[in-house]
Ligand binder design. Structure first.
Ligand code: FES
Length: 175
């Protein structure tokens, strides 16, 4: 099967947090040399990776930047463009980084947009699904990558992605 979960991926080196999406956060942390004043950019990378700022990701960032969690939380709640909870009941995050783009990730977005009458960056009228396009999630070996409700699916196709979204929205796990 082409899909994989963050816990089971073997081909790529696992992230210590057990989820390959943390690699995207790590890349920004390294690029910014772990400077505390890069917090907004790091939080932005986390939101793009997870669809919203999970508590776990904020704790991770606090540790990496050696800042108190209360500071991270304060910044995350101050700026309206950060969200601390998923916007729709389900989230479909499609990576549009270079490797995924070359792998036709734009077609995946177009297919989900068409199937659910929703534009990337927004939520369906019934609040069931939020579709998000994001930058590189740090697991390019799996390109094109789609993350459905926290589960990473690699080597995805437009038809496969729509089928999995349908299953997730219908209450399955998309596997
Ligand atoms: S380009 Fe999609 S995971 Fe890197």
């Amino acid at each position: 099967m082409p899909e994989t979960s963050p816990k089971t991926k073997g081909a790529e080196k696992e992230h210590p947090m057990g989820d390959p999406r943390y690699k995207g956060i790590d890349r920004v942390l390294k690029r910014q040399q772990y400077q505390q004043d890069a917090l907004i950019e790091v939080l932005t990378a986390a939101q793009e990776a997870f669809g919203y700022l999970t508590e776990e990701s904020m704790i991770y960032i606090a540790r990496q930047l050696k800042l108190p969690f209360s500071w991270i939380y304060g910044v995350a709640t101050f700026y309206h463009f950060f969200s601390l909870k998923p916007q729709g009941e389900h989230s479909c995050i499609v990576c549009l980084g270079t490797a995924c783009y070359v792998g036709k990730a734009a077609d995946i977005i177009a297919s989900v947009e068409e199937a659910y009458k929703v534009k990337a960056g927004s939520t369906t009228d019934d609040g069931k699904l939020t579709l998000i396009a994001t930058r590189c999630l740090g697991c390019c070996g799996l390109a094109p990558v789609v993350v459905l409700d926290q589960v990473v699916h690699g080597k995805e196709t437009p038809q496969g992605a729509v089928a999995k979204v349908r299953e997730v929205v219908a209450g399955g796990n998309g596997a």
